[in-house]
Design a protein around this ligand. Structure first.
Ligand SMILES: [Zn+2]
Length: 222
């Protein structure tokens, strides 16, 4: 392993990608784009764009996958939803090829909205790769597990099958599995999302602020 879970937390924090509230009500908390509040924030874009860091992350995920009993020889491809997990899927498939020396493709379905219903679809080339293949799933950050379910459906819909694991950088959902797929994460830290009315941090007097614009205030000493 390049880093333990605690070291990944420190690494992401130093990259301004991860912030976790320490429980001190003087410290502000995160106001998300959705208008909801949270005690944590993970900006995976900052990690995904750092290829050195992403290489280490993909490598550690494969090692954890192996420790959990996963068999990389079985993975014919890696699938992660656009856009957050596209590069992660590519890096994980490269890791698998470096170990097995077998071909391992990656594919990344895109989100579409049809009659108000969200789904993920592969483009034609991705479709032909996934059809008849046994694939390993990945996701940059698991918040509710919703896009993991959509990814499983997308794989099924083109005649592929997904392995009983899902690799992710950060699992903030509090779940250990999604639709029978065991979650394997570098960082496993539940970060609930609340409406302003139900937010326990607001009730304690903590202020809700936009994380990206107020990184220094979130991380100051209080
Ligand atoms: Zn709040």
């Amino acid at each position: 392993m390049f880093r333990t879970s605690d070291e990944w937390i420190i690494e992401y924090q130093q990259n301004n990608a991860l912030w976790i509230h320490d429980g001190n009500p003087k410290r502000p908390h995160a106001l998300l784009t959705s208008g909801k509040h949270s005690n944590g924030f993970f900006n995976s874009r900052l990690v995904i764009s750092d290829e050195v860091l992403l290489y280490d992350a993909a490598s550690d995920l494969i090692e954890l996958f192996d420790i959990q009993g996963g068999d990389i020889d079985e993975a014919q491809g890696v699938v992660g939803p656009q856009t957050g997990a596209t590069k992660l899927a590519e890096f994980v498939s490269n890791q698998i090829m470096s170990f097995t020396r077998d071909d391992c493709f990656f594919a990344s379905p895109a989100k579409i909205l049809n009659d108000g219903k969200k789904s993920l679809v592969f483009h034609n080339y991705g479709k032909s790769l996934v059809r008849g293949s046994y694939v390993l799933l990945c996701e940059d950050v698991i918040t509710t597990g919703g896009s993991v379910d959509l990814t499983i459906e997308a794989v099924d819909s083109v005649g592929g099958a997904s392995m009983p694991f899902i690799l992710t950088l950060v699992n903030r959902s509090g779940l250990t599995e999604i639709s029978g797929r065991e979650i394997i994460s570098l960082i496993d830290r539940p970060m609930p999302i609340w409406t302003p009315e139900e937010c326990p941090l607001c009730k304690q007097g903590s202020e809700a602020i936009r994380p990206k614009d107020n990184w220094d205030r979130l991380n100051a000493r209080y």
